[in-house]
Design a protein around this ligand. Structure first.
Ligand code: HEC
Length: 134
């Protein structure tokens, strides 16, 4: 009986140890890309610098380490693509119209962005920058 109890206790201890989550992986944390400073000037007049506007207004989710990039990396890899396609800037299949509608309407985990978050003029520049498929 005693041996049985000891055996049961050991089994419980082993199960508890196995259920513990693993510690953080060794090495530095993954990189997180910081956003640049917003360009000055009138946000309502068209700008051609779509890359900077994208990094300022979409960067906290869509640059390296952002939650949008992390989610899209998983999605693209499940579709058989390489992990770099998780960054919107590396995609060649996006159209400007698609980008604009996702931004204004949102898409699943991505919240819709209002005209205060990103003005029509700024969105136009971003859509032109990301919409490599036309
Ligand atoms: C709060 C975080 C967040 C912000 C800000 C954000 N996004 Fe997203 N975005 C996401 C997430 C998360 C997804 C993936 C949605 C899903 O599939 O669940 C996504 C998806 C997208 C997609 C769809 C990609 C595809 O494969 O269908 C586009 C296009 C996009 N975002 C563009 C933008 C642009 C342009 C901006 C800036 C104006 C922006 N996003 C701002 C989080 C964000």
């Amino acid at each position: 009986m005693r041996a049985l109890l000891l055996g049961a206790a050991a089994l419980v201890a082993a199960t508890a140890a196995a259920a513990l989550p693993p510690g953080p992986p060794p090495g530095p944390p993954p990189p997180y890309q910081m956003r640049p400073v917003a360009p000055g000037g009138d946000r309502l007049s068209p700008t051609t610098d779509g890359k900077t506007v994208f990094e300022v207004h979409c960067g906290y989710c869509h640059l390296l380490g952002g939650m949008g990039s992390n989610l899209l990396t998983k999605q693209r890899m499940m579709m058989g693509e390489t992990p770099d396609k998780g960054l919107l800037a590396n995609r060649t299949d996006l159209t400007a119209d698609y980008v604009k509608s996702v931004v204004r309407m949102g898409k699943q985990a991505m919240p819709a962005q209002t005209k205060v978050d990103i003005t029509d003029a700024e969105l136009e520049a971003v859509a032109k920058y990301l919409g490599k498929a036309g």
